[in-house]
Write a protein that binds this ligand. Sequence first.
Ligand SMILES: [Zn+2]
Length: 263
Amino acid sequence: MRFAIIDAHAHCGTQDIDPGQTIEDYYAAVQGSDILGVVMFPPVMGIYDRYDPDFEDTPEWQMRRQRANDYVLTLEGWGLIVFPFFFIWNDFTVAQLSDRHRGIKWHRHEGEPPYDYQDPRCKAAIDEIRRRNMPICFEEEWHHTLHFINELAPDLKIIIPHCGLLNGGFERFCRAGIWERPNIFTDTALAPPQAITEYVRNYGHTRIMFGSDFPFGDPVQECQKILKLELSEAEQEALLMGNVQALLANANRPFKNAPLPKV
Ligand SMILES: [Zn+2]
């Protein structure tokens, strides 16, 4: 391998210990491999209780969220280049965004506490994310995904993770013509090799990025999965490093004179 590999989808935190997902755990998983860069999301359980549909927010959870989002900013010194993503929840606290966050994680599954898309703070958050030119890794139910990418944020850069597997399915995005859109990206985390191959064949190799979904996926094995596909060297390099690097190059680097959002 003649280039450093970047894992575009990993979870990292200290508050969810089952399975363990601290920076020490990640480092142990990739040590000795060519994976030298990683996009880190706080774990879901640092943000809200996904097992409680009647979840109510508390000051304790607010503190837990802040700790989870701060932790990914502290991961230097492991010989890894870390791209921290801010996990936004239903309180839409973009005021906590640091200039060092490089993207947004937006995540919910069926039965989990919902985002209130009607809340004016939701629109304000999207405006701030736009101002900062940050991509959003967006995992939600199918109808919410459609509403978000069509109505709420049609101009933002959106990463649909897992080749769409957990947003309603890969094929659904194919049929709806969504992968063709220039602002829609995806990652390969835990996606079957056939879906990745089909994606590259039909939609090209410039908006799809290698991701592991650590600690649920093994970064080295997920990387091997990409290397085993029938891809040209240029395509391999794009998936394993170049695409995520290009996507994040100007993320959270707003133009100096950009107007401040009205909140
Ligand atoms: Zn994940």
